[in-house]
Ligand binder design. Sequence first.
Ligand code: C2E
Ligand code: MG
Ligand code: MG
Ligand code: MG
Length: 284
Amino acid sequence: RAKSGGRGAAAFYDPEMDRQVGERRALENDLRYAVARRQLRLVYQPLMVAADGTCAGYEALLRWTHHERGEVPPDVFIPCAEETGAIIGIGEWVLAEACRAAAGWDPRLSVAVNVSAVQFRLPNLADTILDILSESGLDPARLELEITETALIKDRATTLATLHRLKERGVRVVMDDFGTGYSSLRNLHVFPFDKIKIDRGFITAMEDDGGARAIVRAVIGLGRSLALPVVAEGVETRRQLDLVTEEGCTIAQGFLFGEPGIPQGASAPAQGAEPPLRPRQAGG
Ligand code: C2E
Ligand code: MG
Ligand code: MG
Ligand code: MG
């Protein structure tokens, strides 16, 4: 297996690198069967109205319990699933499951679903989502799609067409992890976003870092000029909540309000039972 010659080629056999490649292959392969083996589930994290502490909705977050490895974190398996295309089937399952669950909640609560860049390359994604919505009976206005900037770079024309079709039906679109990608400002201008989520890194750094705080303030100012509400993700302390509220964030999400979990009182999230937190009052 050792290679020689060729600029930059590894000149020696590296068993560690071999092991990592093998590991990754194994994970990729197991992911193909994860839906069929019922190893995937969704947990839901509350999105809180910063001003009054009521719940506006939940973000669905995917969990994978592997038959041998146990819990594999999404930051590990999502990129794997994206590489092989397994994310397409998995992503459909996530959308269907989240919509079905949310259809059983208080109708004032929204559900946010993360959609991968790979899914946005599919020309029929809008149809798939509209079918899922009508099968679940969920009002499209209660569905929010969370997109990161990498999704926008890959295939702008297809993504834009998909978003416009979905928006016509009332689905809302959120820019996730804002501040970590490329050409953020242009993306905000070109794509029809309804909300901006500031990346957790800025919120974490805010307490002791004036620079991070200045960025949060600037993003909120930008949101205000574009009439887009700004969500703070990763709020862990009361002090962080006070700071983001002071700066004008309208929605906050983070371990301070609860880790992602099963909505209380539900035998399983799939049953779509009443979530634990008081919903926002209609119109308020
Ligand atoms: P994300 O969409 O930005 O989700 C927020 C992540 O931050 C979640 O991690 C959540 O558990 C975590 N988080 C929330 N509040 C706090 C906090 O106060 N402190 C800290 N330290 N963390 C907090 P998770 O569930 O591990 O997901 C990681 C990423 O994996 C997500 O980031 C998203 O990009 C991706 N992901 C998760 N579920 C899905 C899915 O169904 N589809 C796709 N395509 N991606 C998903
Ligand atoms: Mg998200
Ligand atoms: Mg995020
Ligand atoms: Mg993220």
